[in-house]
Design a protein around this ligand. Structure first.
Ligand code: ATP
Length: 267
């Protein structure tokens, strides 16, 4: 089999929220990601796998607009993320490994932060939210099963609950794409499964594209629709999750399944 024979990205005519086209990024002459291209459809849950240093974080930073690629483009709903207006960036919500909530604020106030990019600057500065924003934030908390925790401080919630609040904040942004950078790396196996189940449910019900980096292959196979794999900054795998097999595992990690931490189970 050809090294890149399994590329299955959606054809150009398919509906797409995210289009990565020929993205390359170097740091002081060291190529971190090279000529990466793929698309993500509405409602699709894409897992990004690869060994340490493969370029996942660099690619994610390019997708969220934090880093500008040296060449290539990232488009959200057809609009460049690195465009001057920055409108496309508003449609990209990010979920972090460490949740990134404001500890002393309530769950509801943290979720409301997802609305800040949609408000005039003076309202955002004064945190002067409309009633419709508050109702939306409560609805988002309800979607992640935490409505009854709305008035509780973030730092009084468990890790899994904090990540659910972070997902509610992402939802409040009304995004086309949720980029989740190792969202379960700080959680125990059972809580991890619950968070990934929630992200998959949101992808389906809201028609949001979810792009999620994971360290455990088992979780990617269980929850993702499709898996993209990076090695040394290059995209070498793009397969439906159910087709991720022993051969592909070796291609990505150089070892058989079950011989490294990437195959750790979670149930
Ligand atoms: N700001 C930077 N300056 C210099 N080199 C960098 C920078 N960011 C990343 N790199 C290099 O780019 C390559 C890819 O790094 P990146 O963090 O994207 O990989 P990763 O797949 O996310 O790794 P991990 O799973 O360990 O987080 C590595 O060789 C890294 O050292």
């Amino acid at each position: 089999m050809n090294e890149r024979a399994q590329i299955v990205s959606s054809p150009a005519s398919s509906p797409t929220h995210l289009e990565i086209d020929g993205v390359t990024k170097s740091f002081r002459g060291h190529v971190a990601v090279e000529d990466i291209s793929f698309r993500v459809a509405p409602g699709e849950f894409l897992a990004v796998l690869g060994p340490s240093g493969a370029g996942k974080t660099t690619l994610f930073r390019c997708m969220t607009g934090l880093l500008g690629p040296d060449s290539g483009t990232v488009r959200v709903d057809g609009e460049e993320v690195h465009g001057v207006a920055g409108r496309a960036r508003r449609r990209v919500a990010v979920v972090f490994q460490q949740f990134n909530l404001v500890d002393r604020l309530t769950a509801l106030d943290n979720v409301l932060a997802g609305r800040l990019g949609h408000m005039p600057a003076w309202r955002a500065w004064a945190r002067c939210f409309e009633r419709s924003d508050r109702l939306l934030a409560l609805d988002c908390l309800d979607q992640v099963g935490l409505l009854e925790k709305a008035t509780q401080r973030a730092d009084s919630l468990s890790g899994g609950q904090q990540q659910r609040v972070a997902i509610a904040r992402a939802l409040a942004q009304k995004p086309s794409i949720i980029i989740a950078d190792e969202p379960v790396a700080s959680l125990d196996p059972q809580t991890s499964a619950g968070v990934l189940e929630l992200l998959r449910h949101i992808a389906r019900s809201e028609r949001v594209s979810v792009v999620c980096s994971l360290h455990q292959v088992t979780l990617a196979r269980r929850f993702a629709d499709r898996v993209v794999g990076l090695v040394d900054g290059r995209l070498v795998v793009d397969v439906p999750a159910h087709r991720f097999d022993e051969h592909i595992h070796r291609q990505l990690f150089g070892t058989a399944e079950g011989t490294d931490p990437h195959t750790e189970t979670a149930s």
